[in-house]
Write a protein that binds this ligand. Structure first.
Ligand code: UFG
Length: 338
């Protein structure tokens, strides 16, 4: 395959930046667009220093059609990976309009620019949240969307529906990737998650407790119907998740047999409880995580984990890194940023 160009929106974010590293290491040319609304400019330098490769970078808002079309005209990408979106479940409950507007407008701009530029291949960033809490585990791609109480998840459902319904008429080839719970950081310790303010997600919360920035972790409920009473999630190493995007680009670029629109779960298939995650972190890193038991967090699912078989079979991808690597790499990154 000759060298192909991938345009990544939101490439300075947690998942986008790790994907950028894997794309560059695989030999793709890379164009990144980010407006730094939830990321930092120095992350672009980190990607370049890890890979020793250059990125063609644009600071732009993906809802701004004119500026994004200019970038498409100039760069003529072969594939687009669209990460740029708002992603806080809690914030989306209080600001639903902002979430629908940003997450749907940005996708519409990307699809319109792709059409104008005759770029037909897209990888879309979706989430396992679209399944809701009513299906039995492990979750399979065939399950229907559930009605959700937050605009974040609803916006992802709407985006997936838009993609599914536009693919054939526009001769697109699209893969939607449904992420479970990405944690950890690049093993170099030079790249990881940069939450703004107090983290909502468990892993950055744990690492900030470990380094003394936060006094203790609150476990949101220990009276769930699980073996130790705490919620269960399918944690996946961020580098495994990033690699799945490379596999998706390759599939879109080489496969003639792939259906025009496909969805894949990105998880390990293994559930880990909050208490087990804390134990792994303490054991592997030899640090104590003080915690208190708090109330259940409204909206939390008891247990979610993926059935990763379709990804293994069709995408030829599977998660390889262990929970031990996840907690070690996450801690290395926290020690780097302090
Ligand atoms: N948790 C705590 N204390 C905290 C933070 C989290 O006990 O301070 C628990 C939660 O109750 C949950 C688990 O840790 O049981 C994981 O919580 P996260 O907030 O890290 O992740 P979620 O599973 O709630 O959410 C993630 C993504 C969402 C996505 C969702 C899909 O952050 O974007 O998965 O299920 F929509």
């Amino acid at each position: 395959m000759d060298i192909k160009k991938v345009l990544v929106t939101g490439g300075a974010g947690f998942i986008g930046s790790h994907t950028a590293v894997e794309l560059l290491n695989t030999g793709f040319e890379l164009v990144v667009i980010d407006n730094f609304s939830n990321s930092e400019p120095w992350i672009i330098k980190q990607i370049e220093s890890i890979t020793q490769k250059k990125i063609s970078f644009y600071q732009a808002d993906v809802t701004n059609q004119l500026s994004i079309q200019d970038i498409f005209n100039k760069e003529k990408p072969d594939v687009v990976i669209h990460f740029a979106a708002y992603k806080s479940v809690g914030e989306s409950v209080t600001k639903p309009l902002m979430y629908f507007q940003n997450n749907i407008d940005s996708l519409m701009v990307i699809l319109s620019c792709m059409s104008q530029s005759n770029c037909k291949k897209l990888v879309f960033s979706s989430s396992c949240t679209i399944y809701g809490n009513n299906h039995p585990n492990p979750l399979i791609e065939d399950y229907a969307f559930s009605d959700l109480p937050h605009a974040y998840g609803s916006s992802k459902q709407i985006c997936e529906t838009i993609l599914q319904k536009t693919t054939i008429a526009n001769q697109f080839n699209i893969i939607s990737l449904r992420y479970f719970n990405p944690i950890g950081a690049h093993p170099s310790g030079l790249l990881g998650e940069l939450p703004k303010g107090t983290p909502n997600n468990i892993m950055p919360y744990i690492t900030q407790v470990a380094i003394g920035k936060l006094p203790f972790l609150t476990i949101f409920g220990n009276d769930y119907p699980t073996p130790d009473g705490t919620c269960i999630r399918d944690y996946i190493h961020i580098s495994d998740l990033a690699e799945a995007h490379v596999f998706s680009c390759k599939r879109l670029l080489t496969s003639n047999i792939a259906p025009p629109y496909e969805v894949f779960n990105l998880g390990t298939g293994t559930g880990v409880s909050v208490l087990e995650l804390i134990n792994h972190f303490e054991t592997e890193n030899n640090v104590k995580i003080p915690y208190k038991i708090g109330l259940r967090r409204p909206g939390d699912a008891v247990c979610t984990y993926a059935n990763p078989e379709k990804s293994k079979k069709n995408l030829k991808w599977e998660a390889k890194r262990s929970i031990k690597e996840m907690v070690k790499d996450g801690w290395r990154w926290q020690l780097f940023i302090k």
